[in-house]
Design a protein around this ligand. Sequence first.
Ligand code: CU
Length: 355
Amino acid sequence: MRRTLRGLVALACLLSTAFAASAQDGPAPDGHAPAGVMFDHLHEAGEVMVGYRFSWGRQSGDLLTGTQVTPDHLILHDACQNERAVGHEHCASRPTDMRMQMHMLDLMYAPTDRLTLMLMPQWMTMAMTMEPVEDPGAGHDHMDAHAHAGPHDHSTSGLGDTIFGGLVRLAGDAGTGLHAGVMFSAPTGAVDKLNDGVLTHYMMQPGSGTWDFVPTLTYTARMDRWSWGGQAGGVLRMEEENVSGYRLGHIGRVTGWGSYRWTGWLSTSVRVQHASEGAIAGLDHTGAGTSPPDLPTNYGGRFTDVGVGLNAVVTRGALAGHRLSLEWLKPVRNDVNGFQLRRTQALAVNWSKAF
Ligand SMILES: [Cu+2]
């Protein structure tokens, strides 16, 4: 009996030293936040990091009003209504599916332990499927006029906005603590992409068109195999309108996550995020004005997502220090302004290596 007890104590001591060692030696997979969180970590003085972030988002299926599915007759009569619209506009078409892809270069350099500089250029690709809205009250001629259209796709791609700035350590060290992100977004992405000769939907433009302030406050902590963190941040548009005469809504966002390290190279995470986004301000450029995403009032809302993620890091060998993380996000609540396609899922994938 006593021998068994002594054996257990020895095992416990051995395991705790192993855990302590795995928390200290080399890079830890949970040293970075889940893949969908940006501006989450700092570097030590002199360190450079090169990274690539990919994110994909999809909206499909129902057209929502607030949290509810929009009935067909409202899509036809209300979804394209606008105070500024001339006359009475009916929706001619509605989106049924939208895919967004972002490719981002993630460059970091820390001149001191307290400051890490970041530069993040991006490339955007957007694709949308639309279908005609049928008007049961219309005459036969009216139906024929739209009959040739059927579902159709249109897409845009191009350089997105360029994010740059610094992360400032307020307390703690490289792995844990509190830091502020003072980032800006330069309007390098286009806001004048056309579709059928008129300005395409705001959501299909690769850029915001305005200089934006992107502040964040991030807290991270760890204990043995557990780590957790939280971030509050936003996007504040610093100009009244862009070259196309409108301005996207401001965004506020809070997120919190917890992560468990299974081995020295692998951790998994759970995350909750809530975002609130304003409607579009300024002139509406809906030349045709015949589909919901052409109206500035059909943008923004309150969105809650839950994400599960996986972080891995190579701990030894020729590829030591290479990080790969992946996170899948599921919107659990969509509360949209106006009329909008339901957000269905999103994916974030990161690779990075520090030198
Ligand atoms: Cu980094």
